[in-house]
Design a protein around this ligand. Structure first.
Ligand code: ADP
Length: 632
């Protein structure tokens, strides 16, 4: 048979280097990773055989086997699961498909040798490659169930690996680690020690539902002993709470999530009665990098009577809770159940409702009990949760109760709507908000001037989803949610009618200018009026109360929908010298060429002030340069 040599993909090589130089302090976890892969391979084979009985594979004794050879200093992890084909080995083991890992490597690169690097590496699961923390050479022999020929992969973790076809490979995969030389200083990391292997399996992999066997060393003069099963195989979710330690829960979390960090919260739920199930759910402590990508994989696994059925079971939780990981084990489903059936099953729908409520009430509990933990939760998952305000009207109140928003009231403490309402001023009827790209850009927008002046609190909403949920929710405790950039606003408290009268008089006075400007700007603007929003800026642009905001328009367009461009409203500040001057010039002159340019400039200034783009940047620059020149 020929042996072919291949180069590792660049990212894979970087990761291997990290493993070899072992930046990660707890080397023991490599065994957890290999056992976890083996367990997945057994799950996959069992399912494939269930779906296709003609598959030529033996599923009568699925198990994992550990074998230590003290003389040769090797440790082998063997499973008789699904295995991999020749091509699969190249794809799966030679490259890093996981986009999170690629992003992680980029971050690591940025952190460079800085103190951040060591912290970062501990946060990412690197699966198979972690073997190189303990070994200086790894050999993998595998045969895909149903195929006749196997594949041998070997690497010293440097730039290359070799692939070779083999004829006599048993079904499944065996990974042999050629352990690094023993360190006489550090017996703790002696992976040829039976005792050490037992300890690691017990600590990290006890809950694995397949037997993990090891043949104990034969004592002198005795026959080879029978293999021993090292793990209890007990499903954690089926055991009572006081039997299971937090550490055990966390290890299960790491197995299903491929996250190496502790979860933020563990949630247990046992439902009895006609449709019995157990759920063990985890809220991670960090949002994955791909949470907002289209093909993000959910993290809830479905088991039926302790048997793994599927990963990524989308029927169990709504999309806005897709960051929740865990296991749901139902007693009364068929082992053959498909995704399509699950989507339509009445019991599953009830289960989803119950799990959703349980997750939300747990978040509420965190919020009441532990401000720091809640802050972490909201920072990581708030944006996802807010999607629920749009899609899950049944739980809207529960979601609002745990939602918090940046506010002009505080530089760093977000507020709930309840707290906002408590602080509302006498005579204030509405909850005010502004949406936009960043806190800085919206906080300094001209639309905020009158609010700042009168000390009225405004919520500062900067997530794309904010544009949508505010409309969907509409009001909170009878108070309308209103954008400071939409509609006409009247912030005068009672007893300030005089101000109102004065404004009417002013509007009459300016009527000529306003009408003329509207004509001039009609391509972009549907109305020009005097503003009650502005105290400092000369002009701003607002939308009608029911119009789409420009950000929403862009969002729809990005999704490929046709949206007509909505014309907006230009508001002028009659207290500003620029506007006063414009008015005077309008009244005085017959030739309004110059004035028309000024009107156009004023409009563009208002567009810029809210973070927009001039329609014709070159023309804008020319007009401004012209005027500057005249001041010199
Ligand atoms: P991860 O497990 O996070 O996907 P790994 O690098 O550990 O990353 O493994 C990459 C892929 O290689 C796995 O997703 C799986 O498809 C395959 N693989 C690894 N170990 C085994 C095994 N023992 N049996 C079959 N396939 C395996």
């Amino acid at each position: 048979m020929t042996t072919e040599t291949f180069e590792f993909q660049v990212e894979a090589r970087q990761l291997l280097q990290l493993m070899i130089h072992s930046v990660y302090s707890n080397k023991d976890v490599f065994l957890r990773e290999l056992v976890s892969n083996a367990s997945d391979a057994l799950d996959k084979l069992r399912l494939e055989k269930l779906r296709d009985d003609s598959l030529d594979a033996d599923v009568s004794d699925l198990h994992i086997e550990l074998h230590v050879d003290k003389e040769a200093r090797t440790l082998t992890v063997r499973d008789n699961g699904i295995g991999m084909s020749y091509d699969e080995v190249g794809q799966l083991i030679g490259t890093i498909a996981n986009s999170g890992t690629a992003t992680f490597l980029k971050e690591l690169e940025e952190a460079k040798e800085g103190a951040g690097a060591e912290g970062l590496i501990g946060q990412f699961g690197v699966g198979f490659y972690s073997g190189f923390m303990a070994a200086d050479e790894v050999t993998l022999v595998t045969r895909r169930a149903g195929e006749r020929q196997g594949t041998r992969w070997t690497s010293r973790g440097e730039a290359t690996y070799t692939l070779e076809r083999v004829d006599d490979a048993p079904q499944g995969t065996s990974v042999t680690l050629h352990l690094k030389p023993a360190d006489p200083e550090n017996q703790l990391h002696d992976y040829t020690s039976e005792w050490k292997i037992r300890e690691i399996v017990k600590r990290y992999s006890d809950f694995i539902t397949w037997p993990i066997r090891m043949v104990p060393e034969a004592k002198d003069g005795e026959d080879a002993p029978e293999p021993e099963t090292l793990n209890s195989m007990k499903a954690l979710w089926a055991r009572s709470r006081d039997e299971v330690s937090d550490d055990e829960y966390h290890e299960l979390y790491k197995h299903i999530s491929h996250d190496w960090r502790e979860p933020l919260e563990t949630i247990r739920l046992q439902a009895e009665g006609t449709f019995e199930y157990q759920a063990l759910l985890f809220v991670p402590s960090h949002a994955p990098h791909d949470l907002f990508t289209r093909d993000f994989k959910r993290g809830v696994q479905l088991y039926v009577k302790r048997v793994f059925i599927m990963d990524d079971c989308e029927a169990l939780l709504p999309p806005y809770l897709r960051f929740v990981k865990g296991v749901v084990d139902a007693q009364d489903l068929s082992l053959n159940v498909s995704r399509e059936i699950l989507q339509q099953d009445r019991h599953i729908r009830m289960m989803q409702r119950r799990l959703t409520k349980k997750v939300l009430s747990t978040v509420k509990e965190i919020k009441t009990k532990d401000a720091d933990r809640y802050a972490t939760f909201w920072r990581e998952f708030g944006t996802a949760l807010k999607e629920g305000l749009v899609t899950d009207s049944e739980n809207r109140d529960a979601i609002l109760a745990v939602s918090s928003f940046a506010t002009t009231h505080s530089d760093d403490e977000p507020t709930t709507l309840a707290q906002y309402v408590e602080r509302m001023k006498d005579g204030q009827d509405d909850i005010w908000f502004i949406t936009g790209e960043s806190r800085q850009s919206i906080e300094n927008s001209p639309h905020m001037e009158a609010f700042r002046d009168k000390g009225i609190e405004v919520l500062l909403l900067t997530d794309a989803v904010d544009e949508v949920w505010v409309d969907a929710v509409g009001e909170y405790e009878g108070k309308k949610l209103r954008s400071v950039t939409k509609g006409e606003i009247d912030l005068d408290a009672e007893g300030e009618e005089k101000a109102g009268e004065e404004r009417e008089k002013q509007a009459e006075e300016y009527a000529g200018l306003l009408g003329w400007m509207r004509e001039r700007l009609q391509e972009d603007i549907k109305e020009v009026r005097l503003s009650t929003r502005l105290t400092v800026s000369p002009a701003c642009i607002v939308s009608d109360a029911h119009d789409l905001t420009p950000a929403l328009e862009n969002m729809y367009r990005a999704m490929g929908q046709e949206v007509p461009r909505t014309k907006r409203i230009l508001e002028l500040n009659p207290g500003h010298p620029l506007v006063k001057g414009l008015h005077k010039a309008y009244q005085a002159s017959e030739d309004r060429t110059e004035l028309a340019e000024s009107a156009e400039l004023l409009h563009t200034l208002a567009v810029l002030a809210e973070g927009g783009q001039p329609k014709d940047p070159a023309r804008f620059v020319r007009l401004v340069a012209d005027r500057l020149e005249r001041t010199l």
